[in-house]
Every structure is written in C-alpha cells, then in structure tokens.
Ligand binder design. Structure first.
Ligand SMILES: NC(=O)c1ccc[n+]([C@@H]2O[C@H](COP(=O)([O-])OP(=O)(O)OC[C@H]3O[C@@H](n4cnc5c(N)ncnc54)[C@H](O)[C@@H]3O)[C@@H](O)[C@H]2O)c1
Ligand SMILES: [Zn+2]
Ligand SMILES: [Zn+2]
Length: 342
C-alpha cells in the first residue's frame, strides 16, 4: 500500500510503498477514505511521543470503510462506513468498565502505537468497542474530523468543562481543536472569545460563532478580564504551549475551569501553573483526552439536527502526495486539512 513515512524524527516525510497491515484478533483493517492532519501528527514526527517506533506512518483522524475483519469481530462487516476515536480502548480494563475508554490503560492509537491512517489501509483494535458508524448523510472527509479534533473539542466543552448557556468561554489557539471548540461552545449558548496569532484563524472563528477575537495582544488575560468583567468562566488551551496554558489559567474568574487540550511535551518547556491563583480563586485545572465511542451518539444527534456542523471546518482537501508538506506546516493555514485521495 502507499503511505506517508518518516524514518527519522523531524526527517523527510515521503510517500512510498510499504507492507499492508493485517487485522489483529478483535480488530479490523479500514480502507482509509479521509485522514485529517492534526498537530498531534506533527508531535509524533518531532519525536515528542515515546510510543512512536521508526520507521513510522502517522495519521489518526480518519474515516473509511471496513476492508477486513479480525477474528471475533461481531458488530461490523466489510463495507461498513466508520470512524473511530483515536484512542482505541481495550474494552476490559477498570477505566473501560467505568465508561472512561478515553483514558484506557491498555489503549492503542493508530499513528502512535502502530502505523496510522495517512495510508491506504490502517489497522484498528477492539473494533466492537471503538468503531463508530458514519451516518449516510455525513461525507467521509467531514467524518474524519470526528476521529480526533471535533470529538475532542466536544468532550472538552460539553463533558469536561460542562459549559452552560451565558458563560464566557475563552479559546486559546484556533486551529482544528480550537475552532471546533468555538463552534460547540457557541452552540451551547456560551459567549466565546477566540484567541490566535493568525488573522485567518480569527476570521474563521468569528464565522463559527466567536463574539470577540483577540490577536494574542501583549496581555491576553487582561484583555479577557476587561471584555468579560472579571474573567472567563471556562478557558481552553487548544494549542499546547507554556504561554497559552498560562494565559488560559490567568484568564479565569474565581471558580473558573481551565481545560488543557493542547499537548505539552516536556521537550517544549513546562508551563508555570500559578498554584497560588488556583487556590485563592478556587480554579479547576482539568485535562481532556479524546472522547469514547459510546459518547458519539449525542454529538452525531446534534449534527443530524443541524445544531452543530463540522463541515465549514474542513478548508482543504489534499492528495497523499501533499500530506508531508501539510504535516510539516500544520497550523499555518486556517481550518482543517484532510487527505482524501490516496
Ligand atoms: N487532548 C487531546 O485529546 C488532543 C486531541 C487532538 C489534538 N490535541 C492537541 O491539541 C493541540 C492543537 O491541535 P490542532 O491540530 O488543533 O492545532 P493546529 O496546528 O491546527 O492549530 C494551532 C493554532 O494555534 C495558533 N497559535 C500559534 N501560536 C499561538 C499563540 N501564541 N497564541 C494563540 N494561538 C496560537 C495557530 O495560529 C493555529 O491556529 C495540539 O497540541 C494537538 O496535539 C490534543
Ligand atoms: Zn489529533
Ligand atoms: Zn481499557
């Protein structure tokens, strides 16, 4: 099969023929129809993820059709249109038993623990636990975004931050995750402030429902405090940088909730979390990681009802041959880039 491969961290990204994967027991092979390019793929390429073994095929934000079944798969058939949370949970550890598949201790992740979806075929584990049927009315390029960033933002806003109508929500970094969070928070009735350094990202954020945009002004927390009369109720670091994490926590009013979604690999420097402020203001500092498959029906229902619409987030459809350049450049152009021809 054709795949995007790297042989060294930060080294060349090239498309070449590699051996096709075989389904593992309980798993499937999916013929990839669409694979988004997420900043987490960039982190994998940079060597920030200890799970990645070289040579490596990145890609974890996908949709496609089931091409082969491993032993024991009951719920799926060849030809089914599917997506999957990038966390492929085991289905049987204590976290899975509690419904918290997004933090399964025996999880695998395509594009990290094994070869990913920037390829014609990808192996997915524990298919009966993890696969999600893509409704007929949703095209597979849009459905790919549900495999990582749109679903991650949904869980962060709705299930972790529990955003309520009328609350102020600040989103720091408006790429794939951040723009999704802007739309989902606005749909929940929140008043959204979008922060980014790229004018194109802020323009899209406004179109997706942000009431205010800030271009990373010298003092972001002060600007947010002024706009909101004392700070945001909820603030998300949707980039993953010491500066955006610190800005997010410092943007909160007393009893506010910070949600960390952007990855903060230690190689990039640790943020300074102002714990005195966390105590004095009773702030909540929360992490959010993907979203389990069983939580998808609520999100898909809102999409079917027209309350949420991930389609405008997809701004570029690419060929696999262009995926390497797009991965190296992730975040430089507004919206989500999806590879749709392999
Ligand atoms: N927690 C999870 O489950 C999960 C899931 C998906 C992605 N992620 C992580 O979320 C982060 C975002 O991913 P993405 O694909 O949306 O990223 P992206 O590259 O699409 O977007 C990043 C955005 O941040 C903006 N930015 C850069 N510097 C900034 C600054 N100083 N202040 C404000 N904005 C700034 C860029 O202009 C860009 O719009 C990454 O760290 C990714 O690895 C985490
Ligand atoms: Zn991702
Ligand atoms: Zn598990």
């Amino acid at each position: 099969m054709r795949a995007l491969v790297f042989d060294s961290f930060s080294g060349p990204l090239e498309v070449r023929e590699v051996p096709a994967p075989e389904p593992r027991p309980g798993g499937v092979i999916v013929q990839v129809a669409a694979s988004g390019i997420c900043r987490s793929d960039w982190h994998a390429w940079q060597g920030h993820d200890p799970d990645v073994v070289l040579p490596h095929v990145p890609g974890h934000e996908l949709a496609g059709t089931v091409a082969a079944l491993g032993e024991g798969v009951r719920r799926w058939a060849v030809g089914d249109r599917v997506t999957t949370p990038f966390v492929n949970a085991c289905g049987s550890c204590p976290q899975c038993a509690a419904g918290d598949q997004q933090v399964c201790v025996r999880q695998t992740q395509p594009g990290f623990t094994h070869w990913g979806s920037l390829a014609e075929l990808v192996a997915l584990d524990a298919a009966d636990v993890n696969l999600v049927a893509v409704p007929e009315e949703l095209d597979l390029a849009t459905a790919a975004a549900l495999g990582c960033r749109y679903a991650t933002a949904f869980r962060a806003v709705v299930h972790v931050a529990r955003v309520r109508a009328g609350e102020w929500v600040a989103v720091h970094g408006c790429g794939g995750v951040g723009l999704s969070a802007v739309q989902i928070a606005a749909a929940a009735g929140a008043r959204v402030i979008a922060v980014d350094v790229a004018p194109g990202a802020l323009e899209l954020a406004r179109a997706l429902g942000a009431e205010h945009t800030l271009d990373g002004a010298p003092d972001v927390p002060a600007a947010i405090s002024e706009l909101t009369g004392g700070g945001a109720h909820v603030s998300l670091d949707a980039l993953g940088a010491a500066q955006t994490c610190e800005n997010s926590i410092n943007s909160l009013r007393p009893r506010g909730r910070h949600v960390q979604v952007g990855l903060l690999p230690p190689q990039q420097g640790r943020p300074e979390v102002p714990m005195e402020r966390v105590i004095g203001r009773e702030l909540q500092v929360l992490g959010s990681h993907g979203m389990p498959a069983h939580a998808y029906p609520e999100m898909l229902g809102l999409i079917a009802a027209g309350r949420l619409d991930p389609r405008p987030l997809i701004t570029r459809r690419l060929a696999l041959d262009d995926a390497g350049a797009a991965l190296a450049d992730v975040g430089r152009q507004p919206g989500i880039a999806v590879v749709t021809s392999f």
